[in-house]
Design a protein around this ligand. Structure first.
Ligand code: MBD
Ligand code: FE
Length: 314
């Protein structure tokens, strides 16, 4: 037996009251959004005949998700963060704002305030020297005509050999594998770092608990995150996902896109290693970024999404 009451005037009036439409205070924008959430949630409860047990399980799940700080991880895993990219792409397409390096999701693990370097930086603290492969990453930031952009900020971050990120992994040093590099006169940035491993959701966490119930894994391919910015150009949030990784096109967060695959080369040549000042096998990765021109001051800024800020030495 399916009973439905959401459509009745009585229930609609009740949700309007709950969403604050009976008063003149607060935020009209939030009221409108909240009314829609209440209406759509009620309809979902009715249509799918959500049980009391299911409803209260979900409430408890939200508490556990927040307590573990995994809300940003779940929205990535459910593809909602990728959906925001697809929606922005479609808006851009309609306005003819095409070209340049594709955007892809930021993910939940950026930390603001990484050390700044001119032209080049070493990103790793040397703590994984015995197990890591040294990676030389370099490339240029260009405009849509292929002209170099000097003084661009390449804000990049990636995981260690265990797939963990500094700040969130308290066993790593502050800002390990996180840097801001300012491009030189040729628009070039250079980093010496270590080859990252792919990230996997905490198997005991609430995000993986949900993915298990969806029959899905929670793995990402090895990747490097970037914010690229320069005065007069549109902020770019993107990633290089590494070729050869088994999860390259099976990413639980759907971040890999055509044009964002990095052809990392592994080199075993004693002479080449000596030239680089390293021993044994190492990796090279070259990747250029192309930025669109900004058409508003807001274009130059990354989104206002709340993010961690690490205070060095605190
Ligand atoms: C990551 O490193 C990441 O990039 C995303 C999108 C989600 C979880 C971990
Ligand atoms: Fe990541």
């Amino acid at each position: 037996m399916t009973v439905k009451i959401t459509h009745t005037a009585e229930i609609q009036k009740f949700f309007e009251e709950a969403a604050g439409f009976g008063n003149d205070n607060g935020s009209p924008r939030l009221k409108r959004i909240m009314l829609r959430i209440l209406q759509d949630t009620a309809k979902l409860i009715e249509d799918l005949e959500i049980t009391q047990d299911e409803f209260w399980f979900a409430v408890d799940y939200i508490n556990r998700l927040g307590a573990r700080g995994e809300a940003g991880l779940l929205v990535a895993g459910l593809g909602l963060e990728h959906f925001l990219d697809l929606l922005q792409d479609a808006k851009d397409e309609q306005l003819g704002r095409t070209g340049g390096t594709p955007r892809t999701i930021e993910g939940p693990l950026y930390v603001a305030g990484a050390p700044i370097a001119e032209g080049e930086a070493r990103m790793d603290d040397g703590s994984e020297e015995d197990v890591a492969t040294v990676m030389f990453l370099e490339g240029r930031v260009l405009d849509l005509d292929g002209k170099p952009i000097a003084g661009a900020t390449v804000d990049l971050w990636h995981a260690n050999t265990k797939g963990n990120y500094s700040y969130f992994d308290k066993s790593q040093s502050e800002y390990n594998l996180r840097r801001r590099i300012i491009t030189d006169a040729e628009g070039r940035y250079r980093a010496r770092s270590i080859v990252p491993s792919g990230y996997g959701c905490d198997p005991q966490g609430p995000t993986q608990e949900c993915l298990d119930l969806l029959g899905r894994h929670g793995q990402r391919p090895a990747h490097i995150h970037f914010f690229i910015s320069a005065p007069g150009y549109r902020h770019l949030t993107t990633q290089i996902n590494l070729a050869g990784d088994r999860y390259l096109w099976d990413d639980f967060a759907y971040a890999t896109r055509d044009g964002l695959v990095g052809d990392i080369r592994f080199i075993e040549d004693a002479e080449a290693a000596a030239k680089r000042g390293v021993k044994g096998r190492f990796a090279e990765l070259e990747f250029n970024f192309q930025l669109q021109k900004a058409s508003s001051a807001e274009d130059e800024q990354r989104s206002r999404r709340p993010r961690a800020l690490q205070v060095v030495g605190a």
